[in-house]
Design a binder for this molecule. Structure first.
Ligand code: F6R
Length: 450
């Protein structure tokens, strides 16, 4: 809460309970904001209030009191300089800039975590014995939850761990069985999402092991969890998450590889091979981004549709969910992400002449099955945009409206490439409509209230 006084215009009183609150220090002015994002364009000197604390701000003074009314001193943090992230450069929107930054942001993240000399992963100082952890719960909201969904596939395929995923707003209120050998992982770009933070606090209260994957390292979630793995993608300004999503997936994949190796689920040779493959990813992202013009040409169809569907199996299923979320949040068009194999259990009834359907069918073990689901929607009149990956074999399916092919990579890394055309599709569909791409209606960049 921030309180202004009509008769004392030089005073602001701030008080925190639950949602975060930050004080910024300037020259002859001080600020109160919901988090460091709100203040970063004005100052890089920040203090955070804890629950129950109060601050009194004037233009040249900041005083802090704890919940008992006792005056306290606050640590002043200096935020990292990242001025480039706050400018659009040659782009008209932050979202488009952030989509096209992904070759660089994934490269920086890989450089932070991968030891290039030894083909190892630099995560050494986990505060628990990984051999004693036998299950993982991944928690997030929205796009971050989709990153958790993909990580479940990776962890189940590459480790012996039991893996559960939960939406933070559900986790915080349901009855949970807290187990001491379980690791709780919180995924959040902003690190301030109220539901994710409340879920973390609940785990802390129950003395659980907590790890967070965040973009904002000064955030409440980062400061509260036992261990933090930053995603190193620079500030994300567009409300729709793009480069932070690939960053979240990347750190989750890197962590999966490390755990898998430490637990001896994969041997050294395979571990090193997967790291080598991962190092090629930024270049593949760069090449795949050249699908932009093809997608731009068809975005009109999605922008003007009554509704649309996004289908996939395996790793492609969470990406279908993410693609649908991007389209609805930016273009205000109803879009459903669904596991392709579930269509005949209900949603097939939605398919009518001309409805645009995105089918994600990379050439993985689900390929044939997904193509047959695709034929089921085509035969009912759907206009299918098929997204697959390049291969020497032609796609033999008939009556596909449009086909886009991403670069070739290992099946595990396909989610990184499949997500790019969907980000571009949402962007161009919203542009077609003339909507505010960086600030879609009714949404906020960091959801600091429940
Ligand atoms: C969608 C989007 C949201 C966020 C969600 C969680 O593009 O950005 O769904 O992913 O609000 O936000 P964070 O990651 O900050 O916890």
């Amino acid at each position: 809460m921030g309180i202004l006084f009509k008769d004392n215009p030089d005073l602001i009183v701030g008080a925190r309970r639950g949602s975060p609150l930050a004080v910024g220090y300037g020259h002859n002015e001080n600020y109160l904001g919901s988090d460091s994002y709100a203040l970063k364009s004005m100052t890089n000197k920040i203090s955070y209030l804890e629950d129950g604390e109060i601050c009194l701000l004037t233009k040249d003074n900041a005083e802090f009191y704890n919940s008992k009314g006792k005056k306290i001193n606050k640590k002043i943090l200096t935020l990292s300089e990242d001025s480039e992230s706050y400018e659009k450069g040659d782009f008209k929107t932050f979202m488009q800039k952030e989509i096209f930054e992904q070759p660089d942001t994934t490269k920086s993240c890989i450089n932070e975590y991968v030891d290039h000399l030894r083909d190892d992963i630099n995560i050494y100082n986990l505060p628990w014995d990984i051999q004693k952890i036998d299950s993982i719960t991944l928690i997030g909201c929205g796009t971050a939850y989709h990153a958790c969904m993909i990580a479940k596939y990776w962890l189940e395929e590459l480790t012996s761990l039991d893996v559960v995923i939960d939406i933070a707003s559900e986790f915080r209120y349901k009855t949970n069985k807290f187990k001491k050998n379980n690791l709780y992982i919180f995924v959040s770009q902003s690190g301030e999402t109220a539901d994710t933070f409340a879920a973390l606090e609940l785990c802390k209260k129950n003395k659980m092991k907590t790890l967070s994957i965040v973009n904002v390292v000064e955030s409440s979630i980062a400061r509260t969890s036992d261990f933090v793995l930053p995603i190193h993608c620079g500030a994300e300004i567009g409300v729709a998450s793009t480069k932070a999503f690939t960053g979240q997936m990347l750190v989750l994949y890197i962590l999966t590889l490390k755990i898998s190796f430490l637990k001896k689920n994969i041997n050294k040779k395979l571990f090193e091979q997967k790291i080598k493959e991962l190092k090629k990813l930024p270049k593949l992202i760069k090449t795949t981004l050249s699908v932009e013009s093809d997608i731009e040409n068809i975005s009109n169809t999605f922008a003007n549709a009554k509704g649309s569907m996004f289908l996939g199996r395996g790793f492609a299923y969470p990406i279908a969910m993410e693609g649908a979320l991007k389209l609805k949040e930016l273009c205000y068009v109803h879009a459903e992400g669904y596991p392709a194999g579930e269509m005949k259990h209900g949603p097939l009834a939605l398919i009518e002449e001309g409805i645009p359907v995105v089918v994600l069918a990379p050439r993985d073990k689900y390929y044939e099955k997904t193509l047959s689901n695709m034929q089921e929607v085509i035969s009912r009149g759907a206009k299918v945009l098929l997204i697959s990956n390049k291969s020497k074999d032609e796609i033999s399916s008939e009556n596909v409206w449009k086909t886009i092919e991403v670069e070739k990579t290992s099946d595990e890394l396909l989610p990184f490439l499949l997500t790019l055309p969907l980000q571009i599709l949402a962007f161009h569909s919203a542009k077609n409509k003339g909507y505010d791409i960086d600030k879609p209606r009714n949404l906020a960049k960091s959801v600091t209230v429940e």
